[in-house]
Design a binder for this molecule. Structure first.
Ligand code: RB5
Length: 153
């Protein structure tokens, strides 16, 4: 799989080991930085990963910040991206199975490297279930359309 990855300073310590872990599994990894642990703004690193997934240059994205939350907020705004902060294997499974998630956002401060590797394994191995989830995912993605005026109640 072609995987785009980036972190901020909150996720930097885990980024290198995760890149090596992914490469060891045979994936092609594009590292969008940063190259050191200096403080940076996470939107500047979430954006290129999300855009790589959006345009098809990458099959999946992985982002690591302190919580995973800021990265997810940014990435999910990019067209075609479904990003979420994930802290457990169960959530990684359902993120793929139900939501067809394509950008995994990890916590470098509150989740261990070992646990994040297990989350990554699940994220990469689990297929979208389809079925009743297809229409729901399509309804997520209609929010990408600037002409969509929203659900009226
Ligand atoms: C950086 O201090 C921190 O805000 C960032 O890593 C992330 O947790 C944001 O959501």
């Amino acid at each position: 799989m072609r995987i785009a990855i980036a972190s901020d300073h909150g996720g930097f310590d885990q980024k290198g080991p995760i890149v090596a872990y992914l490469q060891g599994l045979g994936h092609t990894v594009t590292d969008f930085g940063p190259s050191d642990a200096a403080s940076v703004d996470y939107p500047d690193y979430a954006d290129p990963v999300a855009r790589a997934v959006s345009c098809g240059d990458a099959d999946r994205g992985i982002l690591i910040c302190g919580t995973g939350i800021g990265m997810a907020l940014v990435a999910d705004k990019v067209e075609g991206v479904r990003a979420a902060p994930i802290q457990s294997v169960n959530f990684a499974h359902l993120f793929r199975q139900h939501n067809n998630g394509n950008v995994l956002c990890l916590s470098g401060r509150f989740v261990s490297l070992e646990d994040n590797e297990a989350i990554i394994d699940e994220f990469l191995a689990t297929e979208f279930e389809g079925g009743r989830h297809v229409a729901r995912v399509e309804k997520i993605m209609r929010e990408d359309d600037p002409t969509y005026t929203g659900v009226k109640r």
